[in-house]
Write a protein that binds this ligand. Structure first.
Ligand code: KMH
Ligand code: ZN
Length: 279
C-alpha cells in the first residue's frame, strides 16, 4: 500500500464568496492557497475559476492564466474541473481541456445536485474521455453514485484506457441527490472498484459538508486517497468555519500519518498516476 495522495479542491462553483470571505476566487488567492496547501501535504489542486464578480467561469484565457500561475508557484498537479457549474454547457466544458492541464475531472453520469441537475450525457462523457487521451491529460473519473461505477466499466470496455493506462477515480459523496457520505457507502464504492474496474485502479474520496470526516476515515481504512477543500466543506467543526484550505489539508495529512500512510509528494503522485512528466 502506498502513502496518501491528497487533493485539494479550494474553490468549487457553488460556495458564495459573500458568505465565505476566505474562499479563494481570484487567481492570486488561488495561487496563495495552493502554495500553502502544497506545504501542508497536497499534491493535486482541483481548480474551478471565478470571474471578477466571484461567479463561476470557464473563460479560456483565465483558465490558461491560472494553469500557468499555479505551475510558476507550485509543483502541484493541476487538475481542471470539466464539471464547471450546473449551468455550464457541454462545449464550454470540453474546451476547458484546451488550457492543457495535467489532469481534468470527468463525471461519469447525470446526478441530481441539490435543487439542480448536474448533466453528464453518455455521449458527452465519451467525448471528454477521448479528448483527454488525445491531449495526454490524465482523467480523474468523478463518481457521485454507485451506478457511475458501471458507467466507467462500460466506458473503459468500449473506449479503452485513459492516457497513461492507469485509472484513478474520486468518490464524491454526500451531495443531496447522490450517494450518501458515510462509511458503509465508501465500503460499497471501494468494493465496486475492486470488482468492476481494472486491477491497480486507485481511488480518493471526499464527503460534502459534515460527511467530510466519516468519508475521510473510511477511505483511509480502505487504502484509499483523500480529497478535501472548501469546494466540499466550509465548516471545520461544529461552529468553527474553515479558516483556509490549508487547514483542511493539514487535518487530512494528520489523519493519513495516523493511518501509517503519510501524504505523498508531488513527484510520487505523478508516478502513481502515470503522468506524462512522471520521469
Ligand atoms: N460543480 C459541480 C456541478 C467537477 O468539478 O468535475 C460539478 C463538479 C464536478 O464540481
Ligand atoms: Zn469540482
Amino acid at each position: 500500500m502506498t502513502g496518501t495522495l491528497i487533493t485539494v479542491a479550494p474553490t468549487g462553483a457553488e460556495v458564495d464568496k459573500a458568505e465565505v470571505p476566505v474562499l479563494p476566487v481570484t487567481v492570486g488567492e488561488l495561487v496563495d492557497t495552493a502554495v500553502k496547501c502544497e506545504a501542508a501535504g497536497a499534491s493535486i489542486v482541483h481548480v474551478h475559476l471565478r470571474d471578477d464578480d466571484a461567479k463561476p467561469t470557464l473563460d479560456p484565457v483565465r483558465l490558461r492564466d491560472a494553469v500557468a500561475a499555479l505551475r510558476d508557484s507550485t509543483d502541484l498537479i493541476v487538475q481542471l474541473s470539466t464539471g464547471g457549474s450546473v449551468r455550464d454547457g457541454e462545449e464550454a466544458r470540453l474546451a476547458v481541456l484546451d488550457a492543457e492541464p495535467d489532469m481534468a475531472s470527468c463525471t461519469m453520469g447525470t446526478v441530481n445536485f441539490g435543487d439542480d441537475v448536474f448533466t453528464n450525457r453518455w455521449e458527452f462523457v465519451v467525448r471528454l474521455h477521448e479528448r483527454m487521451r488525445e491531449l495526454a491529460v490524465v482523467p480523474e473519473y468523478e463518481l457521485f453514485d454507485l451506478g457511475h461505477l458501471a458507467s466507467l466499466e462500460r466506458l473503459l470496455d468500449r473506449h479503452g484506457l485513459p492516457f497513461g493506462d492507469h485509472v484513478h477515480v474520486d468518490f464524491v459523496l454526500g451531495v443531496p441527490g447522490g450517494a450518501a457520505g458515510d462509511a458503509s457507502t465508501v465500503t460499497a464504492f471501494a468494493e465496486g472498484v475492486r470488482r468492476y474496474l481494472p486491477e491497480g485502479t486507485t481511488f480518493s474520496a471526499t464527503g460534502i459538508g459534515r460527511t467530510t470526516l466519516p468519508v475521510m476515515l473510511a477511505s483511509l481504512a480502505h487504502g484509499g486517497h483523500l480529497r478535501v477543500g472548501m469546494e466540499d466543506t466550509v465548516s471545520f467543526a461544529r461552529g468553527r468555519p474553515v479558516t483556509g484550505n490549508d487547514q483542511l489539508v493539514a487535518r487530512a495529512a494528520e489523519a493519513a500519518a495516523l493511518a501509517q500512510r503519510p501524504a505523498i509528494s508531488t513527484v510520487e503522485a505523478r508516478k502513481l498516476l502515470r503522468m506524462r512528466d512522471s520521469d
